[in-house]
Design a protein around this ligand. Structure first.
Ligand code: PEP
Length: 253
């Protein structure tokens, strides 16, 4: 039994390439969610241009979220998409702090924090991604990196808004590499993250926050990960582009 309602989420990144492909994938994923699926929340983070059409084909079986957002409200930010814009088309969930945004797009903890605050202000939910690099993992720094990213990312977030926050622990060395963290490693970092959240807020609040694992999750690894007491779901990249794989992940045992 899970202490928190599991949340299984997919992150399409810069895929698929056409609206047609996106809708075929979305329909397939929605049809994998059936009456015998565990009692889970499902969210798909999809490219902005596909959000509305994806929403229209999934029949309310899952939330369609945005992969990111510009923390500025309006004005001269060419290419930006604001929280008001995505809120106005019915988006509930927004991703923030993904390691690809941090590394490739240079997003800082400060910028990610501004996104989190803006998303929450707008009444939407945020999934904040955190996680250490391989070098940091090997230097036994996973816990301290996560502590820093949690504290900076959630700076100023009010306790009463935390029911709209999920954390995705994604060790960078496991993202897109096929190297999934062992359930034991993931569990130990998740437990540390929960302790950090308890220190920032309180234990009761920390116990309510969903902490998801991300990093090369597949049908082969999901069941053992979900059996861990502090793993409350998954954020899935590559396998969320495959109807059969993501369908099996949503229907974990
Ligand atoms: C991700 O990008 O959030 C992710 C976990 O990717 P993958 O599942 O492909 O490792």
């Amino acid at each position: 039994a899970h202490a928190r309602k599991p949340l299984i989420s997919g992150n399409w990144k810069l895929n698929p390439q056409t609206k047609e492909e996106a809708l075929t994938l979305a329909r397939g994923i929605a049809s994998a969610i059936t009456d015998s699926t565990p009692d889970v929340d499902v969210a798909l983070f999809v490219p902005y241009v596909f959000i509305e059409s994806t929403m229209s084909v999934v029949g309310g079986k899952l939330s369609v979220g945005a992969e990111g957002v510009c923390p500025h409200s309006n004005g001269a930010y060419t290419g930006g998409i604001s929280t008001s814009m995505i809120k106005s088309i019915g988006v509930d969930w927004v991703l923030a702090g993904h390691s690809e945004r941090r590394e490739i797009f240079g997003e800082t903890d400060y910028y990610i924090n501004a996104q989190c605050l803006k998303i929450l202000d707008e009444g939407m939910s945020v999934m904040l991604c955190i996680g250490e690099s391989l070098a940091e993992f090997e230097a036994d720094l996973a816990g301290s990196v996560c502590a820093t990213q949690l504290k900076k990312g959630l700076k100023g977030v009010r306790k009463e808004d935390l029911d709209r926050v999920a954390i995705a622990y994604e060790p960078v060395w496991a993202i897109g590499t096929g190297k999934v963290a062992t359930p034991e490693i993931a569990q130990s970092v998740h437990a540390k993250c929960r302790d950090i959240l308890a220190g920032m807020y309180d234990r009761e609040t920390a116990n309510m926050i969903r902490i998801l694992y991300g990093g090369s999750v597949t049908p082969d690894s999901i069941d053992d990960l979900m059996a861990m007491p502090d793993i409350d779901g998954a954020l899935v990249g590559g396998a969320s582009l495959d109807i059969n794989k993501f369908g099996r992940i949503v229907n974990f045992n």
